[in-house]
Design a protein around this ligand. Sequence first.
Ligand code: IVH
Length: 666
Amino acid sequence: MNKEKAKKRIKALREKINYHNHMYYVLAEPKISDEEYDRLYKELRDLEDKFPDFVTPDSPTRKVGGEPLMEFKSVRHPIPMLSLDNTYNFEEIKEFDKRIKELLKTDNDVEYAVEPKIDGVAVRAVYENGILVLGATRGNGVVGDDITENIKTVKRFPLRLWNSSISLDVRGEVFMDKETFTRLNTEREEAGDKPFANPRNATAGSLKLLNPRKVAKRNLDLFIHSMGKQVFPNINTHFDTLDKLKSLGLPVIENRSVASRIEEVIALISEWDKIREKQRYMTDGMVIKVNRFDCQAKLGSTAKAPRWAIAYKFKAKQAKTILNDVIFQVGRTGVVTPVAVLEPILLAGSTISRTTLHNMDEVKRLGIKIGDTVIVEKGGDVIPKIVGYDDSLRSGKEREILAPKKCPVCGSVLVKLPEEVAIRCINANCPAQLKRRIEHFSERNAMDIRGLGEKHISQLVDRKLITDITSIYRLELDELMGIERMGKKSSENLLSAIAGKKRDYFRVLYALGIRYVGINTAKILARTYRNIKELMAAGEEELASVPGIGPKIAESIAEFFDNSKNRELIEELIHFGINMESKEEKTGPRPLDGKKIVVTGTLKKYTRQGIKELIESLGGHATDSVSKATDFVLAGDNPGLKYEKALKLKVKIISEEEFEKLIGKG
Ligand code: IVH
């Protein structure tokens, strides 16, 4: 095919595919079979591969995700992304209506648009001349992250508007449907990754991935629910605006209604509450909006939320079930946690059979006993909890929940430190602790050993193939092949995952699992002490003097390295080639030594990550929020709220040029 012909065919294919996408995803009325669609799609992809000059960012093939990004750029929202005021009862809804009438100076009924409140992540999308050019998170309402490449992978996010070249600023909610969420969590558990607590967290986590191809696999979905600025001259209501957006191909919120007065609003809420569990997506309430734009304009907004809208939040769902038992689980640092074993019960769409009771103080506070009929509650965040028990159903046969005296796994005597609520197993060789330690060591933020999940670790520890962290590096192929569900290929993959990776020093420090040393503390330590020898030589007092390291952390680090077993562990890890030093040179000028610096706005020569790294390599600390302790704010173009805060606190503000002079570059 020659270039001219290819160009024409590509155009025709895109139009066809866009049409079928619209029919399938937005109107749910497919006009062709999946095979036929796949054929068109493949033809387009092949042609674009052959003629890359004709690839455009709005081609339907771009929805599978482009190249990974290094970081998200900041975007300023010219019209802020506001939040909503909440209410939890109908009385307050009536008060809201009364307030609206007072502000509008009317006794007449006000018309409201009523919609489900989607439990997802707020996004803003900008279409210029009909083409999707920007997708952003809400951030702090004024400045968010540019997630354009990620939202492009959301199937129902049209890359171009349907038959229109209009420009729009729309707002909506990206979410994960319940089925996808359950599937994703099952996959994560099988791979040994931590499951997400709820669909909203799963959505937020997915949108934060820097690799759009991975985002594409998360099967995110979208509802558009409003506009930044009204642009349709003849449309006067919110409800009609959404109809219009739908006709442009945008997937607007479903199950929306108009109520001619507040009693109807309340009836609609009650109706929805009965059927919301059956929907494919999670809703945590309903949004009530004054429908007419002229009324909205009169009412206006506060800095935080519009006065013309309110969110009614559903109360957490409760159910009663029997507390069959309480078992005790041992965590990485030996903390022993009581876990309630429940008679399985279906609550708000999922079966609950276990829930954590956190610690014995919580058990005491609740006053529950084994055999009690307990009240389980599941709020919007899906993690169920016990909130009480039904005293009237007590028979007298209930059993007290007693704190164990011995570790349920290794049998050592448990201790309770005076300043803690937790009880602990302090046997460093306890297999349960070892399992948690290994899980921590191999997790994504730490050594990121793919394929070494919870189930594998459990078996490897039980079979004594892993007896401490370093035994991971001594595992052999035939040992791995002996464990359940490990074939030759997956065992080989695991071995190369163990051997293959050079991890940053701060990740290694984090992986060691020192108490209170999270990823941020590990970064501070790696910056201050360039290698493990320096860190080990620093005593508790010196550690406590490092900015960002408190006395509790300092004590815990010193204690860790005082232990000869831990020192042996480090020696062995070094022997296995694990990286124990920061890459950057310690020597060289450190003109920003100890300076706390906040960066805001877009810089000409540096990315956000790049400037942070530069600051830190020169001895400074790049922090995120402006306070009196900030030494200076480096402001680029379109600086955000941090700039305003710096002005207010009279913190020094410098330009990119001044910064370069300061570091001897200018
Ligand atoms: S209207 C000025 N409608 O709820 C804000 N918001 O608490 C106008 N949300 O982050 C928002 N479903 O993204 C509106 N049907 C709906 C919504 C909805 C979910 C989110 C929204 C915002 C949050 C506010």
